[in-house]
Design a protein around this ligand. Structure first.
Ligand code: NI
Length: 154
């Protein structure tokens, strides 16, 4: 079990564009394993590599049907729209109302470099879109319709 520190949204690292992963080696697997431990400990549904200070195009998510590791992801298609209440592990205690695609068709590579395509809906589509944004230095707070006040979500 090795967790890493999650950066908060005032950290300039979170506002940078990440580079693609080129080498699918033990160092990447260690990052993925550490990210999984970090996500679990934080009780989150998704975590992107820049949130632990690594500027590479990697995110993981688990919206209830097992852990997905997405390396060099590309969103091939976004369909429909859903209104979501959203937060981010890098913005603890802050939530907002945001519109996300209802369906996301995502291509990515697994930890061995093999390409796969998945179609995600509801929370999984929201999460993939949110995590993919992190890889381009985009935080949910820059896209929200409005932030919620504490009495709206407690
Ligand atoms: Ni986030």
């Amino acid at each position: 079990m090795a967790t890493r520190t999650i950066l908060t949204d005032n950290d300039p690292v979170l506002h940078k564009v990440c580079k693609p992963v080129e080498t699918f080696d033990k160092r990447l697997w260690q990052l993925l394993d550490d990210m999984a431990d970090t996500l679990k400990k934080a009780n989150g549904v998704g975590l992107a590599a820049p949130q632990v200070g690594v500027l590479r195009r990697v995110f993981i998510m688990d919206t209830g049907d097992g852990l997905k590791e997405c390396i060099n992801p590309t969103i091939l298609e976004r369909r429909g729209v859903q209104e979501c209440t959203e937060g981010c592990l890098s913005s603890p205690g802050e939530y907002g109302i945001i519109h996300r695609p209802a369906v996301v068709k995502l291509q990515a590579q697994n930890r061995h470099g093999k390409f796969f395509i998945v179609t995600l809906e509801e929370l999984a589509a929201q999460c993939a879109d949110h995590e993919n944004d992190h890889l381009d230095g985009i935080l949910f707070k820059s896209k929200v319709d409005r932030m919620l006040s504490p009495d709206e979500y407690i």
